[in-house]
Ligand binder design. Structure first.
Ligand code: ATP
Length: 242
């Protein structure tokens, strides 16, 4: 099974250092919640792993292959998939058009794209039912499912999700979490960046907490016993209440 290894990452935006020597590894089959207060560097770390930002030091390896220096589309082809914050869908295009645009960006051949769309609709049957509808006509939950389905086009071995709960009703959020768990159980590395952390930890194996660009906690989630303690200790009051 695949493994994602992040070692000694220092990086940020130009002269602004946000990530200060971040290291952790995630194995296939594991669902890791990446938590921490606003501004801790969670989105910056995902952008660095995907290749949108170049770190000044460190290493990101997928199955012992160095990813740093490779463009985003190469990393996508090697097995990284991202569901970005805010979903990044084109609202005025149909679901099918959104998937085709993503397939083209990932440089999938048409047979691979068809296979990918089948994979997405198998994971979320609602996608198949809504293919000809514009994304803007879908509910928030359906849009999130399209965003995750789009990431599944390339059959990623590592799936990164940035704040997937945003705008979702509790019952839909639970469905999205159950899907994340299933995707991990299929052998993928699944990393979920979340503020609504208590619910996310219920389906997680691991939790890494970032604070001011550093890992301040990295451990397994034990039967939920430590969840309230985690919430009080590390998260913003807003995140803990939600
Ligand atoms: P949130 O939960 O609010 O999304 P986060 O943990 O994801 O927080 P980041 O978005 O990674 O945090 O931001 C980390 C730091 O980097 C913050 O100080 C933020 O202001 C800064 N930052 C984020 N994006 C940029 C950017 N494009 N240019 C410069 N600084 C940025």
């Amino acid at each position: 099974m695949s493994a994602l290894r992040i070692e000694g990452i220092v990086g940020g935006y130009g002269d602004l250092t946000v990530l200060r020597n971040i290291s952790f590894a995630v194995e296939g089959g594991q669902l890791l919640v990446l938590a921490g207060p606003n501004g801790a560097g969670k989105t910056t770390l995902l952008a660095t792993v995907m290749g949108a930002l170049r770190p000044s030091a460190g290493s990101v390896k997928l199955d012992d292959e160095e990813l740093l220096g490779l463009p985003i589309h190469r990393r996508t082809r090697m097995g990284l998939g991202l569901v970005p914050e805010g979903r990044g869908l084109f609202p005025s295009l149909t679901v099918w058009e959104n998937l085709r645009v993503a397939a083209r960006a990932a440089r999938l051949r048409s047979a691979q794209a068809e296979e990918g769309i089948e994979r997405a609709t198998a994971a979320f049957p609602i996608i198949g039912e809504r293919l000809r509808q514009k994304v803007q006509s879908l509910s928030g939950g359906e849009q999130q499912m399209v965003a995750i389905g789009r990431a599944l086009l390339t059959d990623p071995s590592v799936l990164l999700l940035d704040e997937p709960s945003m705008g979702l009703a509790p019952i839909i959020w639970q469905q999205v979490l159950d899907t994340c768990r299933r995707l991990a159980d299929e052998g993928r590395v699944v990393v979920v960046v979340e503020q609504r952390v208590l619910e996310a930890l219920r389906v997680a194996d691991r939790c890494v907490v970032l604070q001011q660009g550093r890992v301040v906690r990295d451990g397994t989630v034990e039967a939920g016993a430590e969840l309230p303690e985690l919430a009080e200790s590390y998260f913003s009051a807003e995140g803990a209440r939600r």
